[in-house]
Design a protein around this ligand. Structure first.
Ligand SMILES: *Cc1c(COP(=O)(O)O)cnc(C)c1O
Length: 395
């Protein structure tokens, strides 16, 4: 049956694609080796440097984020190399599994899925690695399965304090363009990202930001690689081209997204996400439910994962809200399957869209018979009314 009005896609990626970006994508595909393409390619590559905040290197792949994870690993390791990873949640676990599959030897620091990576434990492990066998430290910036943010600056400090030469590799697939990220200032060596979260695009583009150090290191490692080889990108990218067919139409969309982010101003984008995260947590508290992220200050502005009361199915609740209110909420992944639901508040999103989302959640809780107190949406509204969204002049 037809559902009137617009569907609410409140999963934490893919996020809803704004009309401006859909229009940009809808232009004719052009010859990616022809003279007109250079402008598209140069704008995308240069523009992404302003989003990563780097003057070093950015590579763009026609793939989902998972491809850029693989690119990060195969360009920086030789078979059997050790890397140190931190179990922030489902996505950190998948990256760890991938590393094992391709022949890297990852060590996985165990986590409880309720906060970000722990710099002190990373430092302790690196100090014990006196022969410098660990080639890279891999951390998820915004863990999309839990709604926790890792302290990347502190992880960098931990590596430096241990006097360890390991590369710092960060998955900011869902953090980039939603929460603060500064590739050069924070001393990151490889950052992995994707198109369908903060960048507001459909899925299909992925990114590696790469430091001079990592690009140099890549020349000396022997992991077999072809499609993902950074070195093959360097030459063609210099003039705005790619070694194989790029995602031409998604690049049109990316260039529109970069313009939109700068028109609003990245600091305003980050403040907007942080404020929506805080309003959502106010709603969850008023419902008498629990936010999965248990470390104060590490709660994500991208999404909020909410624990279901014992004995109630998160997936049953999500099915009810979809059926009655045409809103898609994120599911719990692996360890927390059916135990949490995730409210995405990322991308092209504003106060009224958040209020509609939280109203849908609250009505769904009632409809599904989940024990809670009413008034969560009201609490979020009070928060939004009381906090001025002070905007700085756009860039
Ligand atoms: C979405 C996401 C991924 C996976 O990206 P795909 O585009 O689904 O391949 C990996 N890590 C994080 C943190 C994500 O949010």
């Amino acid at each position: 049956m037809r559902q009137a009005g617009r569907h609410f896609l409140q999963i934490p990626g893919p996020s809803a694609v704004p009309d401006r970006i859909l229009k940009a994508i809808g232009q004719q595909t052009i010859d990616h080796r022809g003279p007109d393409f250079a402008e598209v390619g140069l704008k995308a590559l240069g523009g992404m440097k302003t989003i990563f905040k780097t003057e070093q290197h950015v590579f763009i792949f026609p793939s989902s984020g998972t491809g850029a994870w693989e690119a990060a690993l195969v360009n920086t390791t030789s078979p059997g190399d050790r890397v140190l990873m931190f179990e922030t949640g489902h996505f950190a676990t998948l990256w760890n599994k991938m590393a094992r599959k391709i022949g890297v030897a990852p060590e996985f620091l165990e986590g409880d899925w309720r906060g970000g990576a722990e710099p002190d434990r990373i430092e302790a492990r690196l100090r014990a690695d006196t022969s410098h066998e660990i080639k890279a430290v891999c951390v998820v910036h915004n863990e999309t399965s839990t709604g926790s943010v890792s302290p990347i600056v502190e992880v960098r400090k931990a590596i430096d304090a241990a006097g360890h030469p390991a590369l710092l590799m960060v998955d900011s697939i869902s953090g980039l363009a939603s929460i603060d990220f500064r590739f050069d200032d924070w001393g990151v060596d490889v950052c992995v990202s994707g198109s369908q979260k903060g960048l507001m695009l459909p899925p299909g583009l992925s990114f590696n930001a790469v430091s001079d150090k990592a690009l140099e290191h890549a020349k000396s490692v022997s992991m077999p690689r072809s499609y993902w080889d950074w070195q093959d990108m360097v030459g063609p990218n210099a003039s705005g081209y790619f070694p194989y067919t790029p995602g031409t139409n998604l690049l049109y969309g990316l260039n529109e997204a970069i313009d939109m982010l700068h028109e609003e101003g990245l600091d305003n984008v980050f403040a907007r996400h942080a404020r929506h995260g805080a309003a959502t947590r106010a709603a969850v508290r008023a419902w008498g439910l629990e936010v999965l992220c248990a470390r104060q200050g590490q709660e994500s502005g991208v999404l909020t994962a909410v624990l279901m009361p014992e004995g109630h199915s998160a997936d049953g609740f999500r099915a009810t809200t979809l059926k009655h209110y045409d809103i898609s909420l994120g599911n719990g992944l692996s360890k927390v399957a059916d135990k949490v639901f995730r409210i995405g508040h990322l991308g092209d999103f504003n106060d009224l869209m958040l209020m509609a989302t939280l109203s849908g959640v609250e009505m769904g809780l009632a409809k599904a018979g989940v024990p809670h107190q009413s008034g969560g949406a009201q609490a979020a509204m009070e928060y939004l009314k009381d906090t001025t969204d002070e905007r700085v002049a756009a860039e």
